[in-house]
Ligand binder design. Structure first.
Ligand SMILES: N[C@@H](CCC(=O)N[C@@H](CS)C(=O)NCC(=O)O)C(=O)O
Length: 348
């Protein structure tokens, strides 16, 4: 079943599946924090996986948890890795363009598998749901700890602290006890209206379902814009929390992908939401954990190329110019592709 078949046959509304692996890394639990015991499987394209990459970097866990990155084109077999076997199989559809090489994609560093589905089958042979990323894998028990990004980022933000050297990364708590209520209620409407809201727009198969999702999305973005109108850099308590991380991965994809591909075109972040744009640029340009984990090439390729039901010729658009604006946009000349330029612009 293709991802766009997630839409309900009766009302055409997109329904996201509930994740099945819901264990946690916790001291004294089945999965205790240990250096080099866990492995993350991600796609640079996926906003849910992107959350885990950001938190891994923010918490200085690069040396603790290695990462395998899937190829951005998600075709019939689901997410795949770069392997000689797959390279041979990747007979491109007639409409294929020539962006076949994605340097940031890796092999499956643990098993050498061809597909993410093989991981799920290894962990649970009778697994019958979708083969999604991110996947947090335990090398000791040879199984999946979690495939739910919201919970993986909570584990990464706290579970390894006892093993981390003193410093800013160890001290950073993205979900501090005293702010949990506020973070939870922010996350709730932001998830429904925006994080998942863009998918509800994009994968709707009826006008009614699309219109309801688009209206909810527009209202939620207005609400976010309003919160940021006092000039704040972070949503909650003047500090970086998981609320910022979770919204960032959707907003950074908005102008390059969701506006066009998912018909989220009530407004562009850069033109219509100046406060959200300022917040976005600050995180991206001033904190390497955000910029270094954002790969616009994978992002654009994945969405436009993989969802043939929405984009049957798999054309990846030329723009926008630029994927994200520079910090000081007044310095940008018209036609200057800048640092955030997309591959099409660079190759033109
Ligand atoms: N609830 C999951 C959702 C993950 C998810 O839907 N990932 C998408 C990529 S953006 C996926 O892997 N889809 C593959 C499929 O559905 O076949 C999470 O937040 O971790």
């Amino acid at each position: 079943m293709g991802i766009t078949d997630w839409a309900d046959k009766k009302d055409g509304a997109f329904k996201r599946q509930v994740s099945s692996f819901r264990d946690h890394i916790e001291p004294n639990g089945q999965f205790p924090p240990e250096k080099d015991r866990y492995h993350l499987y991600v796609s640079y394209a996926c906003p849910w996986a992107h959350r885990t990459l950001i938190v891994r970097k923010l918490k200085g866990l690069d040396e603790f948890i290695d990462v395998s990155v899937v190829h951005p084109q998600m075709l019939d077999g689901g997410w795949h890795f770069e392997t000689p076997e797959n390279a041979e199989k990747e007979a491109k559809p007639a409409s294929a363009h020539d962006f076949d090489s994605f340097p940031a994609a890796t092999a499956d560093k643990l098993h050498g598998f061809n597909y993410v589905s093989e991981l799920y089958k290894k962990a649970q042979p009778d697994y019958a749901a979708r083969f999604t990323v991110p996947v947090l894998w335990d090398k000791k028990e040879n199984t999946i700890v979690s495939n739910e990004s919201a919970e993986i980022i909570r584990d990464l933000t706290q579970a390894f602290d006892s093993l981390l050297p003193e410093g800013a990364a160890k001290d950073l708590d993205l979900y501090p006890e005293e702010l949990r209520g506020e973070i939870d209620s922010f996350n709730e409407w932001v998830y429904d209206g925006i994080n998942n809201g863009v998918y509800k727009c994009g994968f709707a198969t009826s006008q009614t379902a699309y219109s309801a999702a688009a209206e909810q999305l527009a209202k939620s973005l207005d609400r976010v814009e309003d919160i940021l109108s006092d000039g704040r850099d972070y949503f909650i308590a003047g500090r970086l929390t998981e609320a910022d991380v979770r919204l960032f991965t959707t907003i950074v994809r908005y102008d390059p992908v969701y506006y066009v591909h998912f018909k989220c075109n009530w407004g562009l972040i850069r033109h219509d939401y100046p406060n959200i744009n300022r917040w976005l640029k600050n995180l991206y340009w001033n904190n390497p954990a955000f910029k270094d984990t954002t790969n616009f090439e994978h992002i654009k390729e994945h969405y436009y190329y993989s969802h043939a039901q929405i984009n049957p010729y798999r054309i990846v658009p030329y723009g926008p110019n630029v994927d994200i604006e520079p910090l000081d946009d007044s310095k940008r000349k018209r036609g200057d592709a800048g640092d955030g330029a997309n591959k099409a612009a660079k190759n033109a």
